[in-house]
Design a protein around this ligand. Structure first.
Ligand code: FES
Length: 135
C-alpha cells in the first residue's frame, strides 16, 4: 500500500493527538467496516461575526484533540482534520468534507478512504453534542 509523503508525515508525527481534560464536548464514532473507534475532544470559544452593530457570537473550536484505535490512515486523516478544524466556527467545521481532507493529504489508497470518515464523523458528533448540551 502506497501512502503519500504527507500521510506518512502526519502518521509518524500526529498533530493534536491526546485527550482534553474538562472538554466542552466529546464525539465518538466507530467504523463498522473495521471496528476501529475514534474520539474527538473540543474546547469551545465564542467569536463575534458580522458587522459591529449586528455582530453575533458564534461558537468556534478553540482546541481539538483526537484519540483513536484506528489504522495509520485514520491517524493521519485525524491529524490533518484537526489542523483544518482548529479555529473554525462550528458552521465552518460542519462544512469540512472527507474529499477536502483527503485532497489536503495528497490522496489515500482507495481501500483506505473509508478510514477518512472516522475523524470527521466524530467531530460532527462532538459539535452536535455541544449544541444539545447548550439547549
Ligand atoms: Fe479501521 Fe482504517 S482500517 S480506521
Amino acid at each position: 500500500m502506497i501512502y503519500s509523503p504527507k500521510v506518512l508525515k502526519h502518521f509518524k508525527n500526529p498533530h493534536n493527538q491526546g485527550v482534553i481534560k474538562n472538554a466542552d464536548a466529546i464525539g465518538q464514532e466507530g467504523n463498522p467496516t473495521c471496528g476501529d473507534v475514534m474520539r474527538i475532544y473540543l474546547k469551545v470559544g465564542e467569536k463575534k461575526s458580522g458587522k459591529a452593530k449586528t455582530a453575533k457570537s458564534e461558537p468556534f473550536i478553540k482546541e481539538i484533540k483526537f484519540e483513536t484505535l484506528g489504522c495509520a490512515a485514520a491517524i493521519a486523516v485525524s491529524s490533518a482534520m484537526t489542523d483544518l478544524a482548529k479555529g473554525k466556527t462550528f458552521k465552518e467545521a460542519m462544512r469540512l468534507t472527507k474529499d477536502k481532507i483527503v485532497k489536503d493529504l495528497g490522496g489515500l489508497p482507495p481501500v483506505k478512504v473509508h478510514c477518512s470518515m472516522l475523524g470527521l464523523d466524530a467531530l460532527h458528533q462532538a459539535i452536535k453534542n455541544y449544541e444539545l448540551k447548550k439547549r
